[in-house]
Design a protein around this ligand. Structure first.
Ligand SMILES: Cc1ncc(COP(=O)(O)O)c(C=O)c1O
Length: 417
């Protein structure tokens, strides 16, 4: 074994840190802990029997090609299905050259970072934003600049100020990263007006928008908002998509859409990563979609999550203590909601107390590229059962109430009438 690993590890590897959340989540693995921490789909939502049938048919019909290497760009049949999906969902017209099939959207994030980011390059992200996006950009040495969100999504006045400031300093971001639909972590959806403003600012500053949208199809109420990609239509936007939440994550399948020149570069980058996405999983999902089963699955998954989201919202309304500053988002879709605690509470402190009381969440700081988010937490409602959601919220409410009393009696908090 080489004696001095720090000498041999690359600068990028030296910059990679163990994920704090993963370390914290290890504490939540006891079976008695009700976890709102993960972002996993409901197991009962997986169409196991249908996948079994489709898999057998694919093997019998196209077995040899399905078990062979395949083009890096992706299975042409799956691409056709995806092009039709975007046309139906969003009125977007794509050609196969605008699509790259990936090993789910985390690989999309990695490849985008790989082709755009040199060490120290600026990237603009939301405060908060998806932790896996932060991890991917950090791994290539990006310098992250955060822009706050409100209930309409990323604040465009703050973004404009940030871009102007960076310009004055001679810095040009490589892209602006957004999760505009039922955002992970906050459950917030960016309004159409903000999406249009985002495109305008991106054009004016000549930067890409990276639109990461795993949850768009999972809307439980309200009107759909057009994707940033479709509102642009001019090559300013790169879109990341995945089957993980609309079908299942186990096959690790996703896709990137974007201008042909970007897709070509991503394809070259992917060749040195894994040569190609597995032909077998692509053939199964292409056949699954061609039989109309994808849309059927999305419809049934939405029913399950719509109910669970309501159970969580009702439980929060009923059990949370009435504290000044304690509030939560009411997402119209997706898998998460976001709790803001009174300012004097630190969700990391609360986390350990919660785990002692057998309930878990993700601390808000994990989703911030700066030191923000101390008094926030993410709750997932897709994975736990409805009974566990109610029981978990009761436990969490009790922990918050007791933590509040402790803070007030310890004198940490000055209570004004
Ligand atoms: C916003 C966002 N992007 C990307 C991913 C990665 O998902 P996958 O790699 O399973 O497609 C997730 C997973 O939760 C996510 O929430």
């Amino acid at each position: 074994m080489v004696s001095d690993l720090d000498r041999v590890f690359s600068k990028n590897a030296q910059g990679m840190k163990k994920s704090v959340i993963r370390e914290l989540l290890k504490l939540t693995r006891r079976p008695e802990v009700i976890s709102f921490a993960g972002g996993l789909p409901d197991l009962s939502a997986f169409p196991v029997e249908e996948v079994a049938d489709v898999t057998l048919d694919v093997l019998r019909r196209d077995g040899a090609t399905a078990l062979q290497y395949s083009p890096t760009e992706g299975d042409p049949r799956l691409k056709e299905e995806l092009i039709a999906h975007h046309e139906r969902e969003d009125g977007i017209t794509l050609s196969p050259e605008n699509v790259l099939i990936t090993v789910a959207s985390q690989q999309g994030l990695d490849l985008v970072a790989k082709i755009f980011i040199d060490r120290g390059d600026p990237v603009v992200v939301g405060l908060p934003t998806y932790v896996g996006g932060l991890g991917a950009f950090r791994a290539y040495g990006a310098r992250m600049y955060g822009v706050p969100l409100d209930e309409q999504g990323m604040k465009m006045d703050s973004l404009e100020r940030k871009l102007d400031k960076l310009k004055k300093e001679g810095k040009k971001p490589k892209f602006i990263y957004v999760v505009p639909d039922f955002q992970n972590p906050a459950g917030i959806t960016m309004s159409e007006e903000r999406r249009k403003k985002l495109i305008e600012l991106a054009r004016c500053h000549d930067v890409f928008v990276l639109e990461d949208s795993p949850y768009k199809e999972l809307r439980y109420e309200g009107e759909a908002v057009k994707s940033i990609f479709s509102l642009d239509g001019d090559g300013q936007v790169i879109g990341l998509h995945t089957f993980s939440k609309i079908l299942f994550p186990g096959m690790r399948l996703g896709w990137v859409i974007g201008p042909e020149a970007v897709i070509q570069k991503l394809t070259i980058a992917k060749q040195s990563t894994d040569l190609c996405t597995p032909a077998f999983t692509q053939a199964i999902v292409a056949e699954f979609a061609a039989r109309g089963l994808l849309q059927k699955n999305i419809d049934s998954v939405k029913e399950i999550y719509r109910e669970k989201r309501q159970v969580m919202l009702d439980a929060l309304d009923e059990h949370m203590p009435k504290l000044k500053g304690l509030r939560w988002t009411k997402p119209q879709g997706g898998l998460f909601l976001w709790v803001t605690l009174p300012r004097y509470m630190d969700s990391e402190e609360l986390f350990f107390e919660a785990v002692e009381h057998n309930v878990a969440f993700v601390i808000g700081t994990a989703f911030y590229c700066d030191d923000g988010g101390r008094s926030t937490m993410r709750l997932n409602f897709s994975f736990p059962t409805k009974e566990d959601i109610v029981e978990g919220v009761k436990r969490l409410a009790k922990v918050i109430e007791e933590h509040d009393k402790e803070k007030k009696t310890s004198g940490d908090v000055v209570v004004t009438p």
